[in-house]
Design a protein around this ligand. Structure first.
Ligand code: PEP
Ligand code: MN
Length: 361
């Protein structure tokens, strides 16, 4: 029997989007929280974030203040009437956070990767009714991310959201954690009622990239933003490069263009329909050509089998890649895309030929 994978989301709660989390990476002192919160209270609906226990790579980095900071957060909540959020990574953290009256919880990227820890957290969450947001795991594994959401949801948490914070890929790109928008979109497509927000700070790794990452998230209809905000980023005890000042945050938010998911203008709709019809035609042509290519591949597979020739001829494959990359480039198609596309085609060709070669006769 196939398992029920649909998430059960509290739709009334989810409709309150956007979910914005602005506040420091870490709670460092009552003064720091105060100076940041008093500015951020002006941003409507903000959930004031601050890490209390910090998952740091090295043991000599600042590990967070711990339990004492929960009391500071509780104080901010009470005085500024702000909702407060923190990360929990163990049942013990959870118990302490709940006792302190934390309003919203998130599960960090380093926790999502570990099903044992997520399950222990989920078990400890049974019976609570506060929102829980689950960050993507460090590695781009959609099932792992979904699995964590399912575990928490099965424990009865229906105020559930996801946070796209990018992936650690050891790439030389501009980001600290490369975004994988496609994965976030796949998650949204699988669970249309699940709020999926974007942590622009942990993706960017530097303040200057945050505005464009945040705009991209809005353009992809993400349901909110997490942006680390500190009244003096240069003095922050963690993640100083990727925090904005409250003033910069307000300027960034003011400059973001909130686009609509549709437009009633008839001319726009007509034009869009024409272009989409053209896309559909091209997709049909592509599919027809791919099917044709696969037929030829199968014939080659039979032929090689009969003559006992290997499926893979590396030189031939290199020749194809060089040719299509060169031709594609001349037509303005990105080399990375061409390679990914033809690698997928090649994988399928090998799979088809392997089926033929492993047939009995
Ligand atoms: C954080 O939000 O402070 C944090 C540690 O994030 P992540 O789990 O995405 O690294
Ligand atoms: Mn951080």
């Amino acid at each position: 029997m196939s398992e029920q994978r649909n998430l059960n989301i509290d739709s009334e709660w989810a409709a309150q989007k956007p979910f914005h989390f602005f506040g420091p990476c870490s709670a460092e002192s009552p003064e720091q929280l105060e100076a940041t919160a008093k500015e951020l209270v002006q941003i409507e609906g903000n959930i004031f974030r601050a890490g209390v226990w910090k998952p740091r790579t090295r043991p000599d980095s600042f590990q967070g203040i711990g339990e004492e900071a929960l009391r500071w957060l509780a104080d901010i909540k009470q005085r500024y009437k702000l909702k407060v959020a923190t990360e929990v990574a163990s049942p013990e953290h959870l118990e302490k956070a709940l006792k302190a009256g934390i309003d919203v919880l998130w599960i960090g990227a380093r926790t999502t990767v570990n099903p044992f820890t997520v399950q222990a957290l989920a078990d400890a969450m049974k019976g609570i009714d506060i929102p829980v947001f689950v960050k993507n795991p460090i590695n781009p594994d959609l099932s792992l991310w979904m699995g964590a959401l399912e575990r928490i949801n099965k424990a009865g948490i229906q105020k559930l959201g996801a946070i796209h914070r990018g992936f650690h890929l050891n790439e030389n790109g501009p980001y600290r954690n490369s975004p994988n928008w496609n994965l976030a979109i796949q998650l949204k497509a699988a669970h249309p009622t699940l709020p999926v927000i974007c942590d622009a700070s942990h993706i960017s790794g530097k303040a200057s990239l945050i505005p464009q990452v945040a705009q991209k998230a809005l353009d992809l209809d993400m349901d909110g933003l997490m942006i680390e905000t500190h009244y003096q980023p240069e003095k922050a005890l963690s993640d100083k490069e990727q925090q904005l000042t409250p003033k910069q945050l307000k300027e960034t938010l003011a400059a973001l263009v909130q686009k609509k998911t549709s437009c009633a203008n008839q001319e726009f709709l007509n034009q869009l329909e024409l272009l989409r019809a053209e896309i559909d035609r091209v997709d049909d042509e592509l599919m027809d050509r791919i099917a044709h290519r696969m037929e030829i591949v199968k014939q080659i597979g039979e032929y090689k089998k009969k003559n006992q020739v290997t499926i893979l001829q590396l030189e031939r494959w290199k020749e194809i890649m060089d040719r299509v990359t060169k031709n594609g480039k001349a037509l303005g198609v990105e080399s990375d895309f061409i390679q990914a596309f033809f690698n997928a085609i090649h994988d399928e060709s090998i799979r088809q030929q392997t089926l033929i070669h492993s047939k009995e006769k």
